[in-house]
Write a protein that binds this ligand. Structure first.
Ligand code: SF4
Ligand code: SF4
Length: 436
């Protein structure tokens, strides 16, 4: 058999006697003696030093069969993941209302602004019936996950969240299928009265809440009051304590929206939260960049990718996040696959949460199923941007957000830079060496 070096090998560090090689397609990081790396580069597989390592190098993906077209393999595997019908899980992102108590300028639900309806009991029952039909027809599905989204979903707590989550949970228990829920909320209505129902009784194991910094930034950016800030922060801290006290496996993710002007303020916010006695380690912080694509018209301080990566490195060091090597994935996001759909207030089906409330982007309805319209085909079938064909980090990026690609006619800014990802590998290796 003939071999070649994988196209997706990246030399992350060559400053030592050993070379650190990261294979982005397999997610492996290996350290090789410089002469061995040079022999591999010359295609000298007969040399005893290479022959002794060949099996391992093949398993790590550093070396591949000479006739393998790795790019086509990636594209094929992405299609398989997108259209596979045998997945053991289904996911629904559900917007029980598009109404919201805030006015964040970066909210992408531009098409839905002003829509105040709350999901009706007919739609609630329609969703339960559709899930039951799916589970009966596909006995291999063993996991159902729902994520509450909006608008602010907790505005529909009594009318939609309580009946729908209770009914879906009961249905899954009856059909011997695992049920999990998550919620994306601004935190204002996440009061103690809701904790038992959501987190203890009905399997909500994830809550994401967005903050923009301390009270000053929060009020300015969200167009709200100091009282609202204090209430949202208080609710998160109460939830953190509740989870710890009840020994629950629930993660609270605080999504911190960053641009070029608010990193200092975000750090101050994190410090103040950690200083509170109710804070526990069940709260994670994740920095997310604002983009013009998210319709943030009031902010002119968007970061470019390299700027964001600088800010991210700084922030991760600040919170003491352990270095990680970015892992390969089959598709950029789960919404690009057939086992995840979004359900709107009136039971409309969408492929992405950015489409909520945009009638022209609906791809069917919970009552009648998919309609296989042109938008659905264009969302699912779009090719990777041309530049990705020669990109060595394609396996960890997969071309960026498919919704953004469609909206921007493929002209998207890259999600990552190779240099930044190489730096993460070096930090990871450094830590691994120190631990040895
Ligand atoms: S979008 Fe950019 S970083 Fe991502 S795979 Fe394509 S070329 Fe690479
Ligand atoms: S398609 Fe893009 S915007 Fe939609 S969920 Fe996926 S990553 Fe987010």
């Amino acid at each position: 058999m003939q071999y070649k070096l994988s196209y997706y090998n990246i030399v992350a560090d060559e400053t030592r006697d050993t070379m650190t090689v990261w294979n982005t397609k397999r997610g492996s990081v290996v350290e090789l003696e410089r002469p061995v790396w040079e022999l591999l580069g010359r295609g000298d597989y007969a040399d005893a030093r290479v022959a002794a390592l060949l099996d391992g190098l093949r398993k790590q993906g550093i070396v591949v069969s000479a006739d393998l077209d790795e790019y086509e393999e990636i594209v094929y595997n992405a299609k398989m993941r997108q259209y596979a019908t045998g997945q053991d899980s289904i996911g629904l992102v559900i917007a029980p209302t598009m109404a919201c108590n805030y006015h964040c300028p970066y909210c992408f639900e531009h098409g839905a602004k002003g829509q105040k309806d709350v999901m009706s009991s007919e739609v609630v029952d329609g969703i339960v019936a559709a899930v039951e039909k799916k589970l009966s027809a596909a006995p291999h599905v063993k996991n159902v996950r729902i994520t509450w989204f909006g608008g602010e979903p907790l505005l529909a707590y009594g009318q939609a969240i309580v009946p729908l989550q209770a009914k879906l949970h009961a249905l899954c228990s009856r059909m011997n299928v695992a049920f999990r829920a998550g919620i994306i909320t601004n935190g204002y209505f996440l009061s103690k009265e809701k904790f038992d129902f959501l987190f203890r009784e009905h399997n909500t194991n994830f809550a994401q809440v967005t903050f923009d910094g301390t009270e000053r930034e929060y009020c300015a950016r969200k167009g709200t009051t100091p009282e609202a800030y204090r209430r949202a922060v208080g609710n998160i801290l109460d939830l953190s304590e509740y989870i710890a006290r009840n020994g629950l496996k629930v993660t609270i993710n605080l999504r911190l929206n960053v641009d070029n002007s608010n990193l200092g303020d975000i750090k101050e916010f994190v410090r103040s939260l950690k200083a509170d006695g109710r804070f526990h380690n069940n709260v994670m912080f994740s920095l997310e960049r604002l983009r013009s694509y998210d319709f943030c018209k009031d902010t002119n301080d968007y970061c470019t990718t390299p700027e964001y990566e600088e800010i991210l490195s700084d922030f991760e060091e600040f919170i003491g996040k352990p270095p990680k090597v970015r892992e390969p994935k089959k598709t950029f996001c789960g919404q690009h696959c057939m086992n995840v759909f979004c359900v709107g207030v009136h039971g409309e089906l969408y492929k992405c949460e950015h489409d909520f409330g945009v009638e022209a982007h609906a791809v069917g309805s919970i009552f009648s199923g998919l309609n296989y319209n042109d938008y659905f085909r264009r969302f699912m079938d779009q090719p990777l941007p041309e530049k990705c064909a020669t990109c060595t980090i394609l396996p960890v990026c997969m071309g960026g957000c498919p919704h953004r690609r469609l909206e921007l006619d493929q002209a998207i800014e890259c999600e990552y830079t190779v240099e930044h990802l190489k730096k993460s590998v070096r930090k990871y290796i450094e830590k691994r060496r120190c631990a040895q």
